[in-house]
Design a protein around this ligand. Structure first.
Ligand code: MG
Ligand code: ZN
Length: 227
């Protein structure tokens, strides 16, 4: 058993080394990056489709779309107007790691972008342990799930810089209690920033677009101050 733990530690420390390389490259480019994490079916790809369409002409977005078996999501995102979309098909792995992201970034014209979004594999467990060199992890929780998920999967809620509650239009069709979900999230992560939205009704979408634009601006301003 201690052997297994040791191998696990080696994997993570190698991942951290590669993530640091990605972070320093993105820093040089003044390119902010987010790592989008959620359970399968929480609406990551749908949110990204809307985002690409809405922010076209305002924010140049590079996208890495991770999936276990297909590149369906990457196709959807390209169809939604994504000019720079790279699929990662993990072939069974239930999370992205920094090595996969390093490979995906090769040859991408990142200097022409304002924001990098990494759509992780749908899974709330191991993506929390794998740093991908991002500025912020963003965790999605849909109203079709349990409002106790922050308590059941605390690591990702603790490490996230933003919680996005999706599918607001479905509120009232299940036992999901919005205030209770937010309370659970803040029990795990006091002060966690939370947005609520619905891709279907459009409610709350402007706040999400504003959050992304703010992140991109802050990075440029922050790097400018060092120059
Ligand atoms: Mg997806
Ligand atoms: Zn995994």
């Amino acid at each position: 058993m201690s052997e297994i733990i040791r191998i696990g530690e080696q994997v993570l420390s190698e991942n951290n080394r590669l993530a640091a390389q990605i972070r320093s490259r993105l820093e040089t480019l003044q390119l902010p990056a987010i790592n989008l994490v959620s359970s399968p079916g929480s609406g990551k790809t749908t949110l990204l489709e809307k985002t690409l369409t809405h922010l076209a002409g305002h924010l140049r977005i590079a996208l890495i779309a991770g999936d276990v078996q297909t590149d369906n999501d990457a196709r959807r995102l390209t169809a939604a107007g994504g000019r720079l979309v790279r699929p990662i098909v993990t072939g069974g792995a239930c999370h992205l790691d920094a090595r996969m992201v390093t490979q995906a970034l090769q040859g991408m014209a990142l200097e022409e972008c304002d924001l990098l979004i990494i759509e992780n594999v749908g899974n709330l467990v191991c993506p929390s342990s794998y740093d991908l060199g991002e500025d912020r992890k963003v965790v999605l929780l849909s109203t079709a799930e349990g409002d106790d998920k922050p308590l059941k999967y605390p690591a990702i809620f603790r490490r996230a810089g933003l919680l996005v509650i999706t599918k607001l239009d479905l509120l009232g069709t299940s036992d999901f209690d919005l205030l209770r979900a937010e309370e659970h999230a803040r029990m795990i992560h006091p002060g966690l920033e939370i947005l609520r939205l619905s891709c279907r009704s459009g409610a709350g979408m402007e706040s999400w677009y504003g959050w992304l634009q703010q992140l991109a601006l802050a990075k440029k301003a922050g790097s400018g101050a060092h120059a």
